[in-house]
Design a binder for this molecule. Structure first.
Ligand code: DMJ
Length: 469
């Protein structure tokens, strides 16, 4: 009887703690969170001003040398295009307007350079589409279409999977070997463009590439990692969900949600079952997703990449919150082991095999999703810890910079463009969540965190404009 009484008291205590946690996120006033949200805005503005001072007109700020880097022989203005949707969301309207004006007045894509099709799709095409959504400026849509038309020749292959590079001026494409993310992360941006231009060709190109990957799954339903775009043969048969594969899965589910493409929904549902069956494993009391042979399903490697930390977000979004929470706890553990995450970690060797941290957003993205989905202040506090560590180890006198080695915290001279697009945005959205200005349920993010309003895509119109049966 005494034992029962104690158990009841403990249960009561736990459930009331849980409620207190949940209430934390639904409060309309929260001075501590307001201050953090404002701090993220201030830091974004400080970094943006430094980009303008030291790197304006170029792709990337090098914050230690107070200089810049370009991805190719000619700059493509990638940082500002990636930054636009974050600056707009934070209410930094004049900064956002300046980017819009520059794109309209001064940016030409008629450049004789070979660009990486995957990277420019998520950053430039995704960034421009978000710019169009938020401004409604028809000249931005023209630029966006012009850019996509320059990308399309890459998809002209035997399988429909795009080549690795395409020349923006000549349309000549090259590079027959691509990883799965490079092969099939296009339906989301291309679908949005098809919707706005009423031309299905963009979505159809992206969709064909995605289905070409799915069709090459093994008998047990797993896909590999690297593929030849002409022969359709797998070059690497290792199956995983990390760097080089990640956004294939992400876009299956998000394209199903945004466009109601039932076939992609079916592929997602099937794929997630196989991932959970073959890649997930409990090790040292934690949930991990390792690497398996796509034919046998046997786990062959315990190497994970920090990109894998996007997975709790997509698990949660698709309804598996319980698994998402368990997995996020693994990632939080890894972050706290070092104070930042290593790019590659082997969970059986218990070793960082590539110790770089590039200001990546994935773990922060998942924390934001779970904060919204559960209302549990645990995730607010988790993100606050991540923010404190990013400030501690990556902040410089002018902006933020990547870290060469999470064991020594030696800095490297580079602020990736996704720091503007994603990392700062997810911090801001978490800390400003209680203000209710941005309704998570109304939006979907591309893999570069550019936000798109779901209700803008009218279901019946989508079918016609994207050519979905
Ligand atoms: C981003 O460019 C995108 O999120 C991409 O899908 C993979 N991850 C990087 C940032 O880490």
């Amino acid at each position: 009887m005494k034992k029962l009484l104690i158990a009841c008291l403990v249960a009561l205590l736990l459930s009331s703690c849980g409620d207190a946690n949940k209430e934390a996120s639904s409060q309309s006033t929260n001075p501590k969170a307001d201050a953090l949200a404002q701090e993220v805005i201030d830091e974004t503005l400080r970094s943006w001003k430094s980009y303008k001072q030291y790197a304006w007109g170029h792709d990337v700020l090098a914050p230690l040398s107070k200089s810049y880097e370009d991805w190719y022989d000619e700059p493509l203005y990638i940082s500002p295009i990636d930054a636009f949707s974050t600056l707009h969301l934070m209410g930094l309207k004049s900064e956002a307007k300046e980017i819009e004006n520059y794109v309209v007045d001064s940016l030409s894509f008629n450049k004789n350079i070979d660009v990486k099709i995957f990277e420019v799709n998520i950053r430039i095409l995704g960034g421009l589409l978000a710019m169009y959504e938020h401004t409604g400026n028809p000249k931005i849509l023209e630029k966006t279409k012009d850019f996509a038309d320059r990308m399309l020749p890459a998809f002209d292959t035997k399988t429909g999977i795009p080549k690795y590079w395409v020349n923006l001026k000549t349309g000549v494409a090259r590079g027959d070997t691509v990883n799965v993310a490079e092969a099939a992360t296009y339906t989301f941006e291309m679908g949005i463009l098809s919707y706005y231009t009423k031309d299905p060709k963009y979505y159809q190109a992206g969709r064909k590439a995605t289905l070409a990957i799915y069709e090459r799954r093994s008998d047990i339903g797993l896909i590999g990692e690297i593929i030849d775009v002409e022969t359709g043969e797998w070059v690497s048969e290792q199956s995983h969900l990390g760097a080089g594969v990640d956004s294939y899965y992400e876009y299956l589910y998000k394209s199903y949600l945004l466009f109601g493409d039932e076939e992609l929904g079916k592929v997602w549902k099937e794929s997630i079952a196989h991932i959970n069956q073959y890649l997930a494993e409990d090790y040292d009391n934690k949930l991990w997703y390792g690497r398996a042979d796509m034919r046998s399903g046997k786990l062959v490697s315990s190497k994970i990449t920090l990109y894998d930390a996007f997975f709790p977000a997509i698990l949660g979004l698709s309804g598996d919150v319980e698994r998402a929470e368990r997995l996020q706890r693994t990632w939080e553990w890894l972050w706290n082991k070092y104070g930042l995450e290593p790019m590659v970690y082997d969970y059986k060797m218990e070793k960082a095999t590539y110790p770089v941290y590039d200001l990546n957003p994935e773990i922060i993205e998942s924390s934001y999703y779970l904060y919204h989905l559960t209302g549990d202040s645990l995730y607010f506090n988790m993100s606050k810890k991540f923010w404190d560590d990013v400030k501690k180890y990556c902040r410089t006198d002018v902006a933020f910079t990547s870290v060469e080695n999470v064991e020594t915290m030696e800095k490297r001279d580079y602020m990736p463009t996704f720091f503007f697009a994603e990392t700062l945005k997810y911090f801001y959205l978490t800390f400003s969540h209680h203000q209710g200005n941005f309704n998570f349920d109304e939006y979907l993010f591309n893999t570069e965190a550019h936000q798109f309003k779901r209700s803008n895509f009218e279901k019946e119109e989508v079918k016609t404009r994207l050519g979905i049966n």
